[in-house]
Each structure stands twice: as C-alpha cells, then as structure tokens.
Write a protein that binds this ligand. Structure first.
Ligand code: FDP
Length: 340
C-alpha cells in the first residue's frame, strides 16, 4: 500500500484550513477576514448548486427586468445577487457592497457592520447561461479603518489597495481562485465533501503565452495599437509561430485559461465603446490583482490597471491582461503610438 499517496489523499487542505493557517501567522488578527471568506465561499457553493440545477429547475430564462447596464437580467443573476448580498451582510464583517446588479451601493446597517467593502459581479458571463458555458462570480475586497464611518470613497479606490480578490468558476468543476496579496491559489469544490480543496497551489502564469483572447467581431472599430497587436499574433514577423485564438466570451473562463496556460486576454476600447466594456471595480480590478499576483501584468492602454482611480462604481475600462511578456508587447505599441 502506498501510504504516502494515501496520506496525500486524506490530509486535505480545505480553503478554511488554508485561511486559518494564514491567519495564525498574524497573532493580532481577530479572524474577521476568515469569517468574511467563509460567507463568500457559502455564496459560491449556493450559486454553484443553482447553476448546476438551472436546467432542471427552469431557472434559466429572462426574469423580465433589465439591470443598471441595460442588459437583460436572467433569473440566475437575480438569485445569485440575492445570495451574495445576504451572505455578505449576515457575515457581520462588511460595511459597503457594490454589485454589478445594483445601481447603488448597499450600505450595511450599523448593527451588522464590519470593516470590509466587497465589490462583486455575482454571475459574470450571464449571456452564456442558456448554453451551459462556464460562468462565474468575481469579487474584490477593500478594508476601511476600524471605527470609521464608511463612505462611497472607500470603494472608489485604486485596485492596488484591495486586500484580496478572487473568482469562482462554475464549469466542468467549481474552482475558486483567491489571492490575499501573497500569490494566487486555486481550490476545487469536492461535491461529496462540500469543501473547496487546494488543488492549484501558488499559481504562476507562464512568462509568455501562445494564446490571444479577444472578441474579433469588434475589429473594425479598434484603435491602431490593438489592431497591430492582433495582427502580430496572427502574422508574427519575428519567425515565431502564430498564436492561437481562444475566446469563450465569459470573462471568468477566459481569464482562468489565461492564468493557467498563459497568453493574453484583451477587451480593448473601440470607436463604439471608448471605455471598453468591462467594469473597473468588479471585473478589471480583481482580475488584474490576480494576474499581478501570479507574475503577469494588467494594462489599460494608458496605465497599470491597478493604479486607476475610479470615479463611479459602475465605471468601465479597456483591459489587456495576462503573461508578462505579452502585455509588455502591447504596452510598447501604445507607447509608440503616444510618441507619434
Ligand atoms: P456577459 O456580457 O455575457 O455578461 O462583462 C460581461 C461579459 O459577459 C464578460 O464576462 C465577457 O468577457 C464579456 O462580457 C463578453 O463580451 P462580448 O460579448 O462583447 O465579447
């Protein structure tokens, strides 16, 4: 009997155990973050179950409302938003919540208030729900000073001030990817245990990748540097092989592949959408945070994405993120354009 392998299988590093281990390195910690995270994990498990059952439960389909972005809201979006708002408020550790689904930020009532602000997209990629493509929840966390009254400026902060960020992908498996500012770890839900188990410790994105990921249907409206970059991916001049194109159209799935396999994901500005499509607080920032923590980069076309100072909670920004060298190339193209 291979006892070593057996020990490996039986000594499971759950996400709670992992975060408690991290917490024990900070004796002053009161466990607030661990409690908050356990509520986020609960929300993810709930939404995972709902996504898996959606076809059977007839949850798929329009709820007959449009959200603040003018997009059709699906029933699963509504449900996921409710689940996360309730899980976060009941944690007693949050003070401001910003959700993609809600026009205004939610200020938690004083009796239930804690020091964390959570920005999140409860179900990103929702146009993919009806065809069973992977979708996910994205979240970022800021902290306010103890004893200070929360105000909207506490969430209108650069992404580099986040204390943690992550996503949960509801796909062929349910995977939660998390960074608390010390690297990136991936946990996979074991449905029989109901626990997220550490399956991807210390994720590092390859320095250079072989894949580019973009909605090429928008190509006629791109600016010069984006058009040049994609042209270079297809017809490289330096004797290198052309890159492969992969585009799921679901940010969590496209970013997850980019993180694990390397390459670049881009949602650039174009003539029709000068600020791109993706939302700064709960799409661009958390994914940029994870990329940097994994050794990659994230760039807006003008600056490091995590340096952006948002002025509105639903603000959008162009984004180029992924392998260090690939993002370096797009930065060089924008720099050259700026010198013209
Ligand atoms: P969706 O519209 O399906 O909700 O911002 C939402 C998002 O999906 C991202 O998940 C995805 O990366 C992007 O939009 C896809 O946009 P396009 O359809 O314009 O390519």
């Amino acid at each position: 009997m291979d006892h070593a392998a057996d020990a490996h299988r039986t000594d499971l590093m759950t996400i709670t155990r992992y975060v408690l281990n991290e917490q024990s390195k900070h004796p002053e910690s009161r466990g607030d973050f661990t409690i908050l995270l356990s509520h986020i994990v609960l929300g993810c498990k709930f939404v995972c179950t709902a996504v898996n059952k959606a076809g059977l439960a007839k949850l798929i389909g329009l709820a007959g409302e449009t959200n603040v972005q003018g997009e059709e809201q699906k029933k699963l979006d509504v449900l996921s938003n409710e689940v996360f708002i309730k899980a976060l408020v009941s944690s007693g550790r949050t003070c401001i919540l910003v959700s993609e689904e809600d026009e205004e930020a939610t200020f938690v009532e004083p009796a239930l208030r804690g020091k964390y602000c959570v920005v999140f997209d409860p179900l990103d990629g929702s146009s993919n729900i009806d065809c069973g493509v992977s979708i996910g929840t994205i979240f970022g966390i800021y902290a306010i000073k103890d004893g200070v009254d929360p105000k909207i400026e506490d969430v209108l902060q650069p992404g580099k001030n986040m204390v943690a960020a992550g996503y949960c992908m509801y796909g062929s498996s349910c995977t939660l990817v998390l960074s608390t500012g010390k690297g990136v770890n991936g946990f996979t839900l074991d449905p029989s245990l109901g626990e997220f188990i550490l399956t991807h410790p210390d994720i590092k994105i390859p320095k250079k990748g072989k894949i580019y990921s973009v909605n090429e249907g928008n190509a006629k409206n791109w600016d010069g540097p984006t058009a040049k970059y994609v042209e270079k991916c297809k017809y490289p001049q330096d004797g290198l092989p052309a890159k492969s194109l992969r585009y799921i159209g679901s940010m969590v799935a496209d970013v997850h592949r980019t993180l694990l396999y390397g390459g670049i994901f881009l949602y650039p500005a174009d003539k029709k959408s000068p600020n791109g499509k993706l939302r700064v607080l709960y799409e661009v920032f958390p994914m940029s945070y994870l990329m940097e923590q994994a050794g990659g980069q994230a760039f807006t076309g003008k600056q490091r994405a995590l340096d952006l100072l948002p002025t509105k909670i639903h603000e959008r920004s162009p984004i180029f993120l992924g392998s260090y060298d690939d993002v370096e190339e797009i930065k060089a193209l924008y720099a050259a354009e700026g010198q013209k």
